[in-house]
Write a protein that binds this ligand. Structure first.
Ligand code: PGA
Length: 247
């Protein structure tokens, strides 16, 4: 399976900056990252511009969230159909920052996943334990219940990827050890296999302080099918170095 390297730009930058970054990613991708799939996820307001730059290119575009409802009277929300309409192919859902700052529940995330699938988008569904949960030794229970609650029964490898992102590793410079990642990704694969026929080919990405210097080791771990990259995706050179480590 080709690995997927996804850049989560979060709430960063200006329109000019987004344009520059998209052009730089495109340039570097053209220079030789054929062995993996590249996805960038800019903020909503930059999607259309970035989409125009990436149109027809091998780098695809996704969003960082979508509404759990159809179009209608939902002030401030953006629907999955709108995202697909302006060229998104994927959407990150259930990121820990949304679970934490917007109180997103597994049930709400599942509703969003269904809307994403309905619009033809790939849902990248994030799961991961906090530091306290890992210290208490319950990281597997947390991840199991997030997977159970956030994924609809209709999820398939073609429209869904999982991102395992230990909360304590996001934006902190701390990464899970290769052994922690091996154990958790193996566990997630097993959970998926109990529920989905094509679970073997459902991508499981790792996220949390992935950088050029640790990407090679993390991406070589069994059942790591790519990376969800935050901070390092804001520098085209770092993002592409991570992609190269995956190919
Ligand atoms: P980070 O973010 O790479 O900056 O740790 C990852 C993420 O939140 O997806």
């Amino acid at each position: 399976m080709k690995k997927l390297i996804a850049g989560n730009w979060k709430m960063n930058g200006t329109l000019d900056g987004a344009q520059e970054l998209a052009l730089a990613v495109l340039d570097a991708a053209g220079a030789g990252v054929k062995g993996c799939d590249l996805l960038v996820c800019p903020p909503f307001v930059h999607l259309e511009t970035v989409g125009g730059i990436l149109s027809g290119a091998s780098v695809t575009m996704g969003a960082q969230d979508c509404a759990a409802t159809e179009n209608g009277a939902y002030t401030g929300d953006v629907s999955a159909v709108m995202l697909a309409d302006i060229g998104c192919r994927a959407v990150i859902l259930g990121h820990s920052e949304r679970r934490q700052y917007h109180n997103e529940s597994d049930e709400m995330i599942r509703a969003k996943v269904l809307k994403a699938h309905g619009a033809g988008l790939t849902a990248i569904v994030c799961v991961g334990e906090t530091e306290a949960e890992r210290k208490a030794g319950c990281e597997r229970d947390v991840v199991a219940s997030q997977l159970q609650g956030s994924l609809p029964d209709s999820a398939r490898a073609g429209d869904t990827a999982i991102a395992y992102e230990p909360v304590w590793a996001i934006g902190t410079g701390k990464t899970a050890t290769v052994e922690d990642v091996r154990v958790m990704h193996g566990f997630i694969r097993q959970m998926l296999q109990e529920r989905f026929e094509d679970a073997k080919t459902m991508r499981i990405l790792y996220g949390g302080s992935v950088k050029p210097d640790n990407a090679g080791a993390l991406l070589a771990v069994e059942n790591v099918d790519g990376a969800l990259v935050g901070g390092a995706s804001l520098k085209a050179g770092d993002f592409l170095a991570i992609a190269k480590a995956a190919c």
